[in-house]
Design a protein around this ligand. Structure first.
Ligand code: GDD
Ligand code: MG
Length: 355
């Protein structure tokens, strides 16, 4: 089976992490986020993937080349972002399958443990035009809300509505009949969620929902990105791309964790990163060359490449950009983001290591 992977978004909600690296390439549990998706797609029977790229397009081929995780990889870039539907149509130029064959379409920011083979089987059994993976969430207003009838047929598609009619949402993994992709207008900006799906449904095409509530996460926000990385390290979602066994922490080669430092909750410690004695790092992502000084506490946070946390500082739910420095004794909480290279001076009451 062939697949199209949508990876052209700007990842705005994940800034400053996505200033230099597109969201799908962010290091997640020790490897690029996409490695987990690619490895799982291969397990599900996909053999060839067309990347639909736009933002920082050249970085994808540089990262994965033409073969990775047992897959043949092809890249199709948009000069201007064409939206999700336009991107699918544009990337379909590189498909080799027949008009009636199923094509898997994947949003490039999803961790999912659902059974792709069962989704494809439903698609084939019902001769559907499109079959969507649907899951249930607490707040459907942030997603595509997708009601179905008793037979599992999709009756409407309401993208990010403030009045959701069900907690069932679009999980960002579709099986399209190849010929249905060809009905999307060419070389135009098209949203598959706001245009293609509603049009197909109202024109009477068979659109099916495969409802499954296995592990599922869209890593598009900082909180979700940290959680996804930690869940992979903890083994809550099995990934063939994980560089190590599941456990409380993943310490990559070349990292230094001092005896007496507490590192747990699915934390990743990147290459060349240092965690000094007497510090605590819980449920966090430390990228390469990050540094946590003695007596510091880091929780639910991301330290980008070369970011530094001074002695006794406290970070809770914070994103540090590349090379950002938090001086000794600072306490940062609740969604704060520090841009690359910014240095916060020590607090007035300086943490002292000599006392
Ligand atoms: N090539 C290309 N071109 N890719 C794009 C473009 C584009 O113009 N715009 C977005 N993408 C890619 C993004 O990179 C991402 O992988 C995917 O399309 C979805 O975009 P997001 O920006 O992550 O959308 P969302 O999370 O707000 O909503 C989507 O996903 C939800 C599930 O996580 C929608 O499909 C919702 O209906 C769905 O519930
Ligand atoms: Mg998303």
């Amino acid at each position: 089976m062939e697949a199209i992977l949508l990876v052209g978004g700007r990842g705005t909600r994940l800034r400053p992490l996505t200033i230099s690296t597109p969201k799908p390439l962010l290091p997640t549990a020790g490897v690029s986020f996409l490695s987990h998706q690619l490895a799982r797609a291969h397990e599900a029977g996909v053999e060839r993937i067309v990347f639909a790229t736009s933002y920082r397009a050249e970085m994808f081929e540089a990262a994965f080349g033409t073969k990775a995780h047992g897959l043949e990889l092809v890249y199709v870039s948009e000069d201007q972002p064409l939206g999700t539907g336009g991107a699918i149509r544009n990337a379909a130029r590189a498909l080799t399958c027949d008009p009636d064959d199923p094509v898997l379409i994947l949003n490039g920011d999803i961790l999912s443990g659902h059974d792709v083979r069962a989704q494809v089987a439903l698609h084939e059994e019902t001769s559907a035009a499109v079959t969507l993976h649907l899951t249930r969430v607490d707040d459907p207003s942030r997603f595509g809300c997708v009601p179905t009838d008793d037979s599992g047929r999709v009756t409407a598609f309401l993208e990010k509505t403030s009045h959701p009619v069900t907690d069932q949402i679009n999980a960002g993994c579709y099986v399209f009949r190849r010929s249905t992709i060809d009905t999307i207008p060419e070389d135009e900006v098209v949203s598959v969620e706001r245009e293609t799906f509603p049009t197909l449904i109202s024109s009477g095409a068979r659109v099916m929902g495969h409802v499954e509530s296995e592990y599922w996460l869209d890593v598009g926000t900082p909180e979700a990105f940290v959680r996804g990385s930690c869940d992979l390290v903890l083994g809550r979602l099995a990934s063939p791309a994980m560089p190590g066994e599941p456990g409380e922490r993943l310490v990559l080669p070349g990292a230094a964790v001092a005896p007496g430092a507490i590192v747990r909750g699915g934390t990743t410690v990147g290459r060349g990163a240092t965690v000094e004695a007497g510090s605590t790092v819980v449920g966090s992502v430390l990228l390469d060359d990050a540094f946590v000084a003695e007596g510091a506490t880091v929780r639910d946070s991301v330290l980008s490449r070369g970011a530094r946390v001074g002695p006794g500082a406290v970070l809770d739910g914070v994103i540090l950009g590349d090379g950002a420095v938090v001086g000794p004794g600072n306490e940062l909480r609740g969604g704060l983001r520090i841009w690359p290279g910014i240095e916060l001076p020590p607090t007035a009451v300086r943490f002292s290591t000599d006392a």
